[in-house]
Design a protein around this ligand. Structure first.
Ligand SMILES: Cc1cc2nc3c(=O)[nH]c(=O)nc-3n(C[C@H](O)[C@H](O)[C@H](O)COP(=O)(O)OP(=O)(O)OC[C@H]3O[C@@H](n4cnc5c(N)ncnc54)[C@H](O)[C@@H]3O)c2cc1C
Length: 618
């Protein structure tokens, strides 16, 4: 079938119009007045990404104007929460700029809550400020729309284009419109990947009738990782997946409850179970258990151990706080502003938190670089603070020239959240403009042949289906294709059983990981034969392919790190202890685009903050 191709040439191409993508698009225009800037979004930019539904708090705000926190404090906080392993240059760089991004949100009309006594933003916790955030995403989308030459909605980017004169330089991206079926080619001088994290790579707790209900956005399908991995960009800390403690079945967040409502958890007998696991946890991780605040993974660890020991269910004690009518309102509004589903679950299960303490659960694992873990691309830091191993010319540029990242895409810099992701998008865009202005993107060659080859590859699942369905004599199962949903469930089962999912309480080891890699290889082979009956299913097919590539990378990293650095996120049963002597380092991978094989290496962790003071003191 003749298929329409839509061709664009631009200077800066932003892939994904979520928090980081809108920040990047906005900032690119500020520094690159004459540049052609395009943002491509898989959904509709007004309501896309993890913030689509709204948020109730901005989780990263320093408050430097009032002396509340300094960027160094945030680096210490993230370092502590990640058991020592973060890129401090990236974290510091984000933290020193994040307040200015939040001030723009305020100017643009985001309703911020104020402390009536001080007039400052109302704090939920040390880093969080409270907002009426239902309109958060449309507000940042408007800034991007005013800045871009063009926003393309409903286009999924499936591959990056590469320069044919320099095999390590990006040349744009291709994808398809999932409504019209048009093929889209974007030749670009730089590409900023801001395509969110990866949900649904591990089997979720909600299956069958509840399928699709997850904590992280179900449409976050790992494109942020698969696109760079496929062209040989180095990735970091991909083993550092996240498991969340959330309200059961609706995945309602617990932050406002702990921090603002001062609710607390207890086991079925009404005991503080965290204390019970102190000694045993200390045997695994040593003094890290004495850090304040207790790292998130270690709190998860106590939860998981308590449930395994028969102390569940674990409850959030809401009955006390909800006696205060103001706190009761805040508790409900918290969900109405960002997780309506939790309120619906409680209503359907007859749970009024004023009279019943709701149950909590630990989620299946997710992969992302903007929340409380560090998975993502290995990028250059800023020139003024990054040590040589962390710096190669342009802030947030990956190891592929001209390819930048922000938000969930970027590894090593956890706790950015919505505001930090937007900020990182701005930083990446500023550097991308500089890259173009310094003529690093001259004479890129992307031939028509390269684009035509991708066109065949992208639409192949439609052909697989058209041919394969004729072989079906009864029912829906074809001998020649697998459907995206079948492939997804197979992927989730492999990751769940072999790479540390919920079925085995997040446990894995060398043997299971190797088996998992073998099964993932076979799945990759079969994905050549995935069949798509329409354009929506074509999107599902490509989401699956991106999830699978991301999963391979996660599994390789998990195999490489021979320790249990973050008990509560996953366990290496064959190396149950944290091992600072051998593994106080970052892990890096690179997949050879020609062979598909991964190679692994270690990279040093530099404790930049406090090091200067320590040296001066000694
Ligand atoms: C349930 C939940 C609660 C949260 N609570 C808070 C909170 O209270 N406060 C806070 O500050 N932060 C919170 N966060 C974190 C915050 O939402 C993220 O840190 C932030 O959205 C990450 O920004 P991003 O741009 O990397 O990803 P996203 O904002 O998710 O954007 C990614 C975009 O890429 C698009 N995309 C994906 N693949 C492709 C493709 N192949 N082609 C084109 N487009 C693509 C997606 O559609 C999406 O629009 C929460 C997140 C979740 C999921």
């Amino acid at each position: 079938m003749a298929r329409k191709s839509v061709l664009e040439n631009c200077d800066i191409l932003v892939v994904g119009g979520g928090m980081a993508g809108t920040g990047a698009t906005f900032e690119a225009r500020h520094w690159g007045r004459d540049l052609k800037i395009i943002c491509v979004e898989k959904a509709n930019i007004d309501r896309s990404g993890a913030v689509a539904q709204g948020l109730y708090a901005i989780n990263c705000y320093m408050g430097m104007q009032w002396g509340e926190n300094q960027p160094e404090d945030h680096v210490r906080y993230a370092r502590n929460d990640l058991m020592g392993l973060v890129r401090e240059d990236l974290g510091y760089d984000m933290a020193r700029h994040v307040d200015s991004a939040v001030h723009m949100f305020d100017e643009w009309g985001l309703p911020m809550m104020r402390n009536k006594e001080t007039g400052r933003y109302l704090r939920e916790g040390k880093w969080q400020i409270m907002i009426h955030g239902e309109s958060y995403k449309p507000i940042v989308a408007e800034a991007a729309k005013k800045s871009a030459d063009k926003i393309y909605n409903r286009i999924m980017i499936t591959h990056l284009l590469m320069d044919e004169t320099n095999e390590n330089r990006v040349g744009g991206a291709v994808g398809f419109n999932m409504r019209t079926g048009d093929y889209h080619v974007f030749r670009a001088k730089t590409v900023i990947v801001a395509a969110g994290g990866a949900s649904h790579i591990f089997k979720p707790r909600a299956v069958g009738e509840g399928m699709g209900r997850t904590w992280y956005a179900p449409w976050s399908n790992g494109s942020a990782y698969a696109l760079p991995i496929a062209v040989g960009a180095k990735m970091t800390q991909m083993e550092n997946r996240i498991v969340l403690c959330r309200f059961k079945d609706g995945y309602g967040p617990v932050g406002a409850y702990f921090l603002h409502l001062k609710t607390y958890t207890q086991n079925a007998n009404g005991e503080n179970y965290e204390k019970k696991w102190y000694e045993k946890t200390k045997e695994l991780v040593g003094e890290y258990i004495d850090h304040h605040p207790t790292p998130t993974c270690l709190r998860n660890h106590a939860f998981i151990q308590e449930v395994m020991a028969g102390g569940g269910p674990i409850h959030m004690v809401t009955k006390e706080a909800f006696q205060d009518p103001h706190l009761e309102t805040v508790g409900w509004e918290n969900f109405l502003g960002m997780t309506v589903g939790q309120a619906v679950v409680w209503a359907s299960q007859n749970i009024d938190p004023k009279y019943t303490n709701p149950e909590l659960t630990t989620s299946e694992p997710y992969v992302m670089g903007s929340h409380a873990t560090c998975s993502g691309a290995w990028v250059s830091g800023p020139e003024d603070i990054s040590p040589p191993e962390y710096f190669w010319g342009y802030n947030r540029m990956m190891t592929v020239e001209g390819l930048f990242g922000a938000g969930d895409t970027v590894g090593g810099s956890a706790h950015k959240f919505s505001s930090g992701s937007f900020t990182e998008g701005r930083l990446a865009a500023k550097a991308a403009v500089k890259y173009i202005q310094e003529e690093k993107a001259n004479d890129i060659k992307v031939s028509d042949k390269q684009c035509e080859d991708f066109k065949k590859i992208i639409f192949k699942p439609l052909d697989n289906y058209t041919v394969g369905r004729n072989e079906i004599t009864g029912g829906t199962v074809s001998p020649s294709y697998i459907l995206p949903i079948q492939g997804l469930q197979r992927l989730q089962k492999i990751m769940d059983e072999y790479v540390g999912g919920i079925t085995y309480n997040y446990m894995t080891n060398e043997n299971t990981l190797k088996k998992g890699l073998e099964l993932l290889d076979w799945l990759q082979e079969d994905l050549e034969n995935v069949g798509a009956e329409d354009y929506h299913q074509l999107m599902r097919a490509w989401e699956l392919k991106h999830r699978t590539l991301t999963s391979q990378c996660v599994t390789e990293h998990t195999l490489f790190r021979q320790e249990t650095r973050w008990p509560g996120y996953y366990y290496r049963g064959d190396y149950m202890k944290l091992d600072d002597e051998n593994w106080h380092c970052l892990t890096l991978s690179r997949r050879d685009p020609k062979t598909g094989k991964f190679t692994m290496e270690k990279a040093p962790v530099y404790h930049i903050v406090d090091e200067k003071e320590k040296k001066e003191a000694s």
